[in-house]
Ligand binder design. Structure first.
Ligand SMILES: Cc1cc2nc3c(=O)[nH]c(=O)nc-3n(C[C@H](O)[C@H](O)[C@H](O)COP(=O)(O)OP(=O)(O)OC[C@H]3O[C@@H](n4cnc5c(N)ncnc54)[C@H](O)[C@@H]3O)c2cc1C
Length: 592
C-alpha cells in the first residue's frame, strides 16, 4: 500500500493561543480594568494570537531553527570567536522585541498592568519561542537593575536600548553569576575585578579576569557579572556587580558584532535541551567593565535580575504546558478510536486525563499571574507592605512549583497523543526537554526551597500569608460556599497544618515538602479568588471555576503534599542519618 492510500489522519488544529486558552482570557478580564481590557488589551492579544500561529510558528519551524555554531579560529589561525545563531532564532528574538518584550514593562503605558499584559504575550508565545525569552528575561532584569541603580550614563545610553522595540539597534543582556565552584553558592567566585582608576560616560572602569561557566546570552551586547573586589576571605561579601560590554566599542557600532573585549568563548555547552540558545563557557582576560551600584554589594545588587528571571522562568514552564495541553486537546478533536466510531473527545476516560492536565494548567496560570500582578504593583510603587512581602515569598515559590508541576503534566499531554506524542514533529518532546532547565537555572528547586524557608522564618510573614488566604476564604459568598464547603474546610485545616509545621525550630529537611505544600495552598487560594469573582459577576461558566477550585484542593497531589510535609517533619530528627545510610550504605559517606 502506498502511503497516500488507506487511512489518512485528519490533522489537528491548535487554534488561537488566546481565544482557545481555558484560563487566560477570563483571568485577564478579572485582573485588568474593564475599559482598558475591552478596548486595548483583549483586541491586541487576539491579534497576537494569530501572529503566534502564523508568522511566529513559521519562524520556529525545524528548518529555520538550528543550534548555534562557534567559529573560534579563522583560516590564518587567528582567534576570532564568531558566534553564528540560526535565522529563525534571530527572527523570533526580533519579533519578541518588536512586540514589546521587554519594552512594554518599562514604557508602563498600562501602569501596574503593563507586567500582566506583557507576560500574557509571553505566555502565548513561549512554547514556540525556542527559549528566546531566556536572554530577553535577563535583558528585562538588567533593565531593572540599571533603572534602580545604574549611573546616569547607563540610564541614558544603555537602558533605552535594552527596552527598545527596534531589533536592529536593541541590546540584549546576559547574566554571569555561575562559575565552576558553584552557581547556587557564589561565595567562591574566582573572577577578580581591579579598578583601572579611570571612568567615562558609563561609569567607573574595572578590569575583569576569570572564567564564567554558563553564559546563555552569548549573542548579546552586555552582561551583568559578579566579580571579586574584596579579598577571597570576604566570601560573597567581597563581590561587586559589573556591566560588561561584550565588544568594544559598545556604542556606535551595530549590535551583534563579534565578541571582543578580552572575552573568549571557550566552548558552547552540549545541552540536553534549549538547543537554539547559545549557552557558552567564557574566559575573561583584562575585560573592561563598569561598576554598578556600590562596591562589595554585588549579591544584593543582582537580586532584581534574579527576581525577574524567576518570574520569567515560571511563565516559561506554564507556557510550555499551555502548548502541550493545546496540542493534546486539539488531537482529541480529530483522533478516532473504537473501530473509528468515537473521537477521543467523546471518551470519558481520555477526557478525564485531559481534565487533570487542564487543572494543573489553570492552577499554575492563576498563581503565575497572581505573582505577575504583585511584580507590576511593586515596580509601579502602588503595592502595600503586605503585597511586597508576598512577592518576596512567592517569587522563589512560583518558579520552583511551576517547574515541578508543569513537566509532569506535559508528559501526560505527550501520552495523550499515543505514539505521535513521542515524535519530534509534535514539538512536545522539545518542550519537555526545554522545560527541564526551569528546575535548575536561576536556582534549583532545593535551593529555592531553602530561600522560601528563609523568607518564612519570620513568623509574622507566615501569619500575614495565612491571613491573606483567610481574607479570600471569607470573601466566598453563601451561594458559592454551598458547593465548595468541604474543600474550604480542608483548606483551612491545611493552613493550620502549615502554621504548626513552622513552629520553631524548623528543620531544613522540610524545605522541599513545605515548598510544594505552600505552592498548592497559594494556587488554590488564587483559584478560589477567581471563582468568587466569576460567581459574583454571574460569568458564563462560573460553576466550572468553582469545580476547578474544589478539585484542586481534593487533588491527589495536594493531599500527598500535606502527607509529605507531615512525614518529613516527623522524621526530621533521625532522617539525616538514615538517608545517608540509604544512599551511601551502612558505613555512611566516604571521608575524603
Ligand atoms: C541551560 C542552562 C543555562 C544557564 N544559563 C546561565 C546564565 O546565563 N548565567 C548564569 O549565571 N548561570 C546560568 N546557568 C547556571 C545555573 O543557574 C546553575 O547551573 C544553577 O544555579 C546551579 O548551579 P550549579 O550548576 O553550580 O550546581 P550546584 O550549585 O553545584 O548544585 C548541585 C546540587 O546541589 C544542590 N545544592 C546546592 N546548594 C545546596 C544547599 N545549600 N543545600 C542543599 N542542596 C544544595 C543543588 O540543588 C543541586 O542539586 C545555566 C544553566 C543551564 C543548565
Amino acid at each position: 500500500m502506498r502511503v497516500e492510500e488507506g487511512f489518512q489522519q485528519v490533522p489537528f488544529n491548535e487554534g488561537n493561543p488566546y481565544t482557545e486558552d481555558p484560563a487566560l482570557p477570563f483571568l485577564l478580564r478579572r485582573l485588568i480594568p474593564p475599559r482598558l481590557f475591552d478596548e486595548e488589551i483583549e483586541p491586541e492579544l487576539k491579534r497576537f494570537g494569530v501572529e503566534v500561529i502564523t508568522n511566529i510558528r513559521a519562524q520556529s519551524s525545524g528548518s529555520r531553527i538550528s543550534p548555534p555554531k562557534l567559529v573560534q579560529y579563522d583560516n590564518w589561525g587567528q582567534r576570532v570567536d564568531e558566534l553564528h545563531t540560526s535565522e529563525g532564532w534571530r527572527s523570533l528574538k526580533a519579533i519578541a522585541q518588536r512586540e514589546g518584550v521587554p519594552g512594554i514593562f518599562y514604557e508602563r503605558k498600562y501602569r501596574e498592568h503593563s507586567r500582566t499584559f506583557g507576560f500574557a504575550k509571553a505566555l502565548m508565545m513561549v512554547g514556540d519561542s525556542h527559549e528566546v525569552f531566556c536572554p530577553l528575561s535577563m535583558t528585562d532584569g538588567a533593565a531593572r537593575v540599571i533603572e534602580l541603580m545604574g549611573t546616569e550614563g547607563m540610564k541614558r545610553e544603555i537602558l533605552p536600548k535594552l527596552i527598545s522595540r527596534e531589533p536592529s539597534s536593541a541590546f540584549v543582556a546576559g547574566q554571569w553569576m555561575t562559575e565552576r565552584p558553584g552557581g547556587s553558592d557564589v561565595s567562591q567566585t574566582e573572577t577578580k575585578a581591579q579598578s583601572l582608576g579611570d571612568s567615562d560616560q558609563l561609569g567607573i572602569k574595572y578590569s575583569l579576569n576569570g572564567f564564567k561557566w554558563f553564559s546563555s546570552a552569548t549573542d548579546g551586547d552586555i552582561a551583568l557579572a559578579l566579580a571579586r573586589t574584596g579579598p577571597d576571605s570576604d566570601s560573597s561579601k567581597g563581590l561587586s556587580l559589573f556591566l560588561v560590554p561584550l565588544r568594544t566599542p559598545l556604542l556606535g557600532i551595530e549590535p551583534g558584532s563579534s565578541i571582543s573585549n578580552g572575552i573568549r568563548v571557550h566552548r558552547l555547552k552540549n545541552k540536553i535541551g534549549t538547543h537554539a540558545l547559545p549557552t557558552a563557557e567564557l574566559s575573561l582576560e583584562q575585560t573592561f567593565a563598569y561598576l554598578v551600584g556600590s562596591p562589595n554589594q554585588g549579591v544584593k545588587n543582582i537580586l532584581p535580575v534574579l527576581n525577574i528571571t524567576r518570574v520569567w522562568s515560571a511563565i516559561a514552564s506554564i507556557g510550555g504546558l499551555r502548548k502541550c495541553l493545546a496540542i493534546a486537546t486539539a488531537y482529541a478533536d480529530v483522533r478516532r478510536i473504537d473501530g473509528g466510531r468515537k473521537l477521543l473527545r467523546d471518551v470519558p476516560l481520555h477526557v478525564a486525563q485531559l481534565a487533570s492536565i487542564n487543572l494543573v494548567y489553570r492552577a499554575l496560570t492563576h498563581f503565575g499571574f497572581g505573582v505577575v500582578v504583585l511584580l507590576g504593583r511593586v515596580e509601579c510603587g502602588v503595592a502595600s507592605a503586605a503585597e511586597q512581602n508576598r512577592l518576596r515569598m512567592f517569587t522563589p515559590l512560583i518558579k520552583a512549583f511551576a517547574a515541578e508541576k508543569a513537566v509532569a503534566a506535559m508528559e501526560e499531554a505527550m501520552a495523550g497523543l499515543g505514539g505521535q506524542g513521542y515524535m519530534e514533529e509534535t514539538d512536545i518532546g522539545r518542550l519537555i526537554r526545554d522545560s527541564l532547565v526551569e528546575r535548575i537555572w536561576e536556582g534549583t528547586t532545593t535551593v529555592l526551597s531553602l530561600d522560601l524557608l528563609r523568607s518564612t522564618t519570620d513568623p509574622a510573614r507566615l501569619k500575614e500569608f495565612v491571613s491573606w488566604c483567610n481574607s479570600i476564604i471569607l470573601s466566598c459568598p453563601p451561594g458559592l460556599l454551598k458547593g465548595v464547603q468541604e474543600a474550604i474546610q480542608s483548606l483551612q485545616g491545611r493552613l493550620d497544618s502549615l502554621l504548626a509545621a513552622f513552629l520553631h525550630p524548623v528543620s531544613s529537611l522540610i524545605a522541599r515538602s513545605s515548598l510544594m505544600f505552600i505552592g498548592y495552598i497559594a494556587s488554590a487560594i488564587y483559584l478560589l479568588e477567581h471563582a468568587v469573582w466569576s460567581h459574583n459577576r454571574g460569568e458564563e461558566g462560573y460553576e466550572i471555576d468553582a469545580e476547578v477550585f474544589r478539585r484542586w484542593v481534593n487533588e491527589s497531589g495536594f493531599v500527598a503534599a500535606e502527607h509529605e510535609l507531615d512525614r518529613t517533619r516527623a522524621e526530621a530528627k533521625f532522617a539525616d542519618t538514615s538517608n545517608s545510610a540509604i544512599v551511601f550504605g551502612r558505613r555512611g559517606r566516604a571521608k575524603l
